[in-house]
Design a protein around this ligand. Structure first.
Ligand code: FDA
Length: 393
């Protein structure tokens, strides 16, 4: 039996970062992960460049049944602390948009940094280690694993959510929570593309590859970014963002002329070039291929601008400003970036991430019912929650 102070389950963003902090305090720490490859999600993230934090991260960028829970960790270990660490390692980065910071070179730099931090603090990281059982004893926990028995005083669950099972995701963390009597908020895929009903898909799949600026809104929340038509449905940042707020059966409204007044624009075109077709006027703002498909799809007749009577031009503009789409569903955990829901925050201390009623058991990162928007927020939650637990385990 190997006896250590701390066992962290899950060698992802939160687990590695937490382990390094505990190691720095002189704790004897082991990280166990069942995957073959460590930090799979970090390597895939941000298109291989890892959007490792967001300069404007605040509690307002997170979804949770208790929106206040994440405040403490986020304020104790901030994005600026992590940016400082990245700079210390000489990792070059840039802001892509909206405060999102990406590595200039590769996500590998972030993983190397985390592993180096673990190494410097004497942390042992073991992969391909299946966890077979966990037992609570007076002085801590006994774990039976594929690589032997371990005993520890603090056990940190950092096994993430359900998104991307191919990268090692599993419901393990939720099961541990339930084993120790903690409740788990219902989970569902977040930051995920929409799939479409047949009648929409027949038209929109033809537009695959086209990206448009759009303001997507649903349930009193809106995101002004871009959308992307794909063979399978609808994706792009605005869609991924709103997917976390969408409930099955609801419609999403897209303003496809989000930064202006399309009617005013068309009225100006009518004055300047009354003989021009509506499709030609719209092609000043949208790709031609999109306009050709969109007019019949939205039920708008294409004719010279001077032939539009009464409110017809207004209705045409409105169809672009208020495109209502009822998604068929989402692509689910297979492609989702995150899992909404998770271990109920009411049962965790926001200062330490320890289960209030289970001495020595901690939950950090995505397994907890705290989910960030798209844009580096989810990694910031992994760093912040990992850091606070790392101070006390
Ligand atoms: P993470 O999922 O990182 O780690 C969990 C670890 O636990 C894994 O190594 C897994 O193998 C292990 N594990 C699971 N079950 C186990 C078991 N039964 N036994 C042992 N080990 C087990 N966020 C962001 O802020 N910026 C970005 O650019 C991106 N990009 C991005 C791209 C893609 C494709 C995805 C899927 C996700 C993102 N994200 C993101 C989200 C981000 O990756 C995610 O929120 C964090 O990785 C969560 O960190 P955790 O450490 O909590 O879980």
């Amino acid at each position: 039996m190997k006896k250590v102070d701390v066992i962290v389950l899950g060698a992802g963003a939160a687990g590695l970062f937490c382990a390094a902090q505990a190691g720095k305090r002189g704790r004897n720490v082991v990280v166990l992960d069942h995957a073959k490859r460590l930090g799979g999600k970090i390597l895939m993230s941000g298109g291989g460049r890892c959007n490792f934090t967001n300069m404007y991260a605040s509690h307002e960028n997170f979804l949770s049944d208790n929106p206040h829970f994440c405040k403490s960790a986020l304020s104790r270990y901030t994005q600026w602390d992590f940016i400082g660490l990245v700079a210390e390692y000489g990792i070059a980065y840039h802001e892509k948009a909206l405060g999102q910071l990406f590595c200039d070179d590769s996500a590998k730099d972030i993983l190397k940094m985390l592993l180096s931090e673990c190494d410097k603090s004497g942390v042992t990281v073991t992969n391909q280690c299946e966890i077979l059982s966990i037992k609570k004893i007076d002085s801590g926990y006994i774990l039976n694993t594929a690589k032997g028995e371990y005993q520890c005083t603090s056990l940190v669950i950092a096994t993430g959510g359900l998104s991307m099972p191919k990268l090692g995701a599993s419901p393990f963390g939720y099961k541990v929570a339930e084993q120790f009597g903690l409740s788990v908020k219902p989970t569902r895929a977040g930051l995920v593309p929409f799939t479409l009903h047949e009648q929409d898909k027949n038209v929109l799949a033809e537009l695959s590859g086209i990206s448009l600026d759009a303001n997507a809104s649903c349930n009193d929340t809106s995101f002004n970014e871009s959308i992307l038509f794909t063979h399978r449905g609808l994706s792009g940042p605005a869609v991924l963002q709103i997917s976390s707020f969408w409930e099955p059966g609801q419609a999403v409204e897209f303003d496809l002329f989000p930064n202006g007044d399309l009617l005013a624009d068309l009225e100006q075109a009518l004055q300047d070039q009354p003989d021009v077709q509506l499709s030609t006027a719209l092609a000043n703002h949208y790709p031609k291929r999109y306009v050709q498909a969109a007019l019949p799809y939205l039920g708008i007749e294409n004719k010279p601008l001077k032939q539009y009577q009464g409110k017809q031009l207004e209705q045409a503009a409105q169809a672009f400003h208020q495109w209502q789409l009822k998604p068929n569903g989402t692509e689910g955990y297979r492609t989702a970036e995150v899992t909404l829901g998770g271990v109920d925050t009411d049962q965790l201390s926001s200062k330490t991430m320890m289960a209030k009623d289970v001495e020595g058991l901690y939950f950090i990162g995505e397994v907890v019912d705290v989910t960030g928007w798209l844009g580096g927020y989810n990694f910031q939650w992994a760093w912040s929650s990992g850091w606070v637990a790392g101070q006390v385990v």
